[in-house]
Design a protein around this ligand. Structure first.
Ligand code: LIP
Length: 278
């Protein structure tokens, strides 16, 4: 593989240009109800825009970096997620928050991570409706619309604003755990929010606007970019049971401090999704 294929700065610039183009497609179409098809179940949605934006991003990146690999949400819609190897791999959610996008609720984003040798080098999360662009390159800090950002540093659950999601399934066993955790968190933390996009939830922790985010059932494309952006903003990303984060495990907990992460973790009922079971 040519050295230029691992030039992280060049990869970042190419990805950012494509994200800007893709963002325009999404924001131009946000203000109306969209037709959709159901993927895994009746609340797991995909629109023509998801597919078009994913193709724009993948084709654009392939053109410049022909040896790179891709793990894309819509490419994986047949239930098969490509394995993460050591090759430079772009992990792409073309529209994270598709339910929001279908309704014109302006909290959806493009989420792109670049992972090389299984280490995340680049994270970009862009909500084009609200012009919120979050970026990070490993070791160079996190940025919101080009300004450096930091997590809040909050350690106390009682003062923490926490985000989570209902997820994209109505499976009773999963919903039982979701509701149990809602009840526990409502009693424990300062406030509880669901934005409807896993990536947006995570970058709110990076921005210091929220203090913690957890979810069971996410996929690598929902969290690859957010993970790096949170860590580059000084936060922590762990497994919700307290161990090391694995982006392929479908479980995530991001927080403004390790103390808060562990305290929230201790209070959560755990759920272990199957690899392709939402
Ligand atoms: C979804 C998120 C949703 C989260 C799901 C899933 P999609 O992504 O937006 O908030 O609960 O786990 O990640 O399907 O809209 O790209």
């Amino acid at each position: 593989m040519a050295e230029a294929d691992r030039d992280v700065q060049k990869c970042f610039e190419v990805a950012l240009e494509l994200v800007n183009q893709a963002g325009k497609i999404i924001s131009d179409r946000n203000d109306s109800r969209k037709s959709f098809v159901c993927k895994g179940g009746d609340i797991d949605l995909v629109t023509e825009t998801d597919k078009e934006v994913e193709q724009l991003l993948i084709n654009g990146l392939k053109n410049i970096f022909p040896s790179h690999q891709f793990i894309g949400e819509e490419e994986s819609a047949d239930g098969v997620t490509a394995k993460l190897t050591d090759a430079p791999t772009w992990i792409i959610d073309p529209v994270d928050g598709t339910m929001n996008f279908v309704h014109g609720f302006p909290h959806s984003c493009i989420s792109i991570g670049l992972v090389i040798d299984k280490v995340t080098e680049i994270g970009i999360v862009y909500n084009p409706m609200l012009k919120q662009k979050f970026t990070a390159i490993r070791g160079k800090g996190a940025f919101y619309n080009d300004k450096p950002i930091n997590v809040s540093g909050e350690k106390d659950p009682k003062k923490a604003l926490v985000t989570t999601e209902f997820g994209t399934t109505r499976d009773p066993a999963k919903l039982k755990v979701v509701m149990e955790n809602f009840a526990k968190m409502a009693a424990l933390v300062h406030g509880l929010r669901t934005l409807g996009s896993a990536a947006m939830n995570m970058v709110m922790v990076a921005l210091g606007a929220a203090d913690c985010n957890y979810e069971f059932g996410i996929h690598a494309w929902d969290v690859a970019a957010g993970d790096l952006i949170v860590r580059e903003a000084g936060g922590v990303v762990i497994d919700p049971a307290g161990g090391e984060f694995d982006m392929m495990s479908r479980r995530v907990l991001a927080a403004s401090s390790m103390e808060l992460a562990q305290e929230i973790s201790k209070n959560l009922t755990q759920f272990y999704p199957q690899p392709r079971d939402d």
